[in-house]
Design a protein around this ligand. Structure first.
Ligand SMILES: *Cc1c(COP(=O)(O)O)cnc(C)c1O
Length: 394
């Protein structure tokens, strides 16, 4: 595919953006099978087992609806199935993705109310509780929270948000975007009383982009019966009816579903607890490297550190985009850019998905060499600090 590269670079490309993550060979091979008849007899069997199997990553016994769409589609599905025009929702502006979700809600005719943050921490659970307590007439129909804010590397504590809603005695639905958190950090749809969980394929699930998910509680399903927003493609009703026999109302992304089946096997073989511990460990090693370089982690509250990515702030007057360009050019590694108000101020290191210790060492080595090459003031020894941590916590 010369189209994509003006010159060939030896060695594999390091795709260290926080999604899409690198797709492992085993998943690529699983997708490299003939597309089958999605109305034929074999598909129903495949679909039935897959729709059952996928539940463990969400920690749910309920329905998981799968769309051929990016995560943004599943955002829209969550809103369109549960809400009506003019409904108030409480959203937490934890960063750029929360901001985009709010814009979507406005375009759909919902009235979002924002609880702001400084983009350096997760959602403010006490703030949510206080706002819900004021809402005695229960005008707020849903609380919308981004679990892992991919623009900042801050995670919202969903169990605390649930507790805040319960403490206020408020009946609002809880809608959670874990597009980049799922299968990398602990997530408990049922136990945390989440009504709609939104996710996507190209981050912790190690798949290419193109699948998105809604895990749906019984309460959300009841809400969908009276929700008034227009919906057609996103309607849960026909999906859940077809899914009962393993089929889909329109053509599913068959080959991505083969990949999903294998990704779920891989996660189960490693064990979700081990997957989470691996991500935690890589995130801690990365933060140690950042501190040793004398740079600052964007997330300011250790309780909200993301294990999926680390956003790193550049010193005043230095360009994160120039640094990323040097690292891409010299070392064939893509890092995430700063989004929205963080443009050019931070770069983001993705350490998610199918990712091992030596790949983290290579990634941090590339960053450290890039800091030198780009003329960013830093102290040597970040990679060393990360390696010492990894070696001591094998
Ligand atoms: C990636 C991401 C999205 C957007 O998903 P797309 O697949 O690009 O549509 C939304 N929210 C979060 C938290 C994300 O990480």
């Amino acid at each position: 595919m010369a189209y994509f590269e003006s010159k060939r670079t030896a060695g594999r490309h390091y795709l260290q953006i926080p999604g899409p993550s690198t797709v492992p060979d085993r998943i690529l091979r699983a997708m490299d099978n003939a597309t089958m008849d999605h109305r034929g007899p074999d598909f129903g069997k495949f679909g039935m087992q897959l729709l059952e199997k996928v539940k463990f990553v969400f920690n749910t016994k309920g329905h998981v609806v799968i769309y051929p769409a990016s995560g943004t589609g599943a955002w829209e599905a969550a809103l369109a199935n549960t809400l009506s025009a003019g409904d108030r929702v409480l959203m937490c502006e934890t960063g750029h993705f929360a901001w985009l979700w709010r814009e979507m809600a406005e375009r759909l005719g919902i009235r979002p109310e924002l609880i702001r943050t400084d983009w350096r921490r997760g959602a403010d659970a006490p703030g949510i509780e206080a706002r819900l307590r004021e809402d005695r007439s229960h005008d707020i129909k849903a609380v919308c929270v981004v679990h892992n804010e991919t623009s900042t590397g801050c995670t919202s504590r969903i169990a605390d948000v649930r507790a805040a809603i319960d403490a206020a005695g408020h009946p609002a639905l809880l809608l959670v975007d874990t597009i980049s958190g799922l299968a990398s950090m602990e997530y408990r749809h049922d136990e945390w009383g989440v009504d709609v969980t939104i996710s996507g394929s190209q981050k912790g699930l190690m798949l290419p982009p193109g699948l998105s998910f809604n895990a749906v509680s019984a309460k959300a399903l009841r809400a969908s019966e009276s929700a008034g927003l227009p919906r057609s493609y996103w309607d849960w009703g026909p999906m859940i009816r077809s899914n009962a026999t393993g089929y889909f109302p329109s053509t599913p992304a068959t080959n991505l579903l083969y990949g999903l089946d294998t990704a779920l096997d891989m996660l189960a073989e490693e064990g979700l607890e081990n997957v989470f511990a691996r991500h935690d460990r890589h995130a801690e090693a990365t933060r140690r490297a950042v501190r040793a370089w004398g740079l600052e982690v964007q997330c300011d509250d250790p309780r909200h550190y993301s294990s999926v990515l680390t956003a790193v702030r550049l010193p005043e007057g230095h360009s994160a985009n120039a640094l990323r360009a040097v690292i891409l050019e010299k070392f064939n590694m893509s890092l995430g850019n700063g989004l929205g108000q963080l443009n050019d101020q931070v770069f983001r290191i993705g350490h998610l998905g199918d990712f091992g210790d030596l790949e983290l060492v290579a990634t941090l080595g590339g960053v450290e060499m890039g800091l030198a090459a780009a003329g960013v003031p830093y102290k040597q020894g970040g990679l060393q600090a990360a390696m010492a941590y990894l070696a001591g916590n094998a």
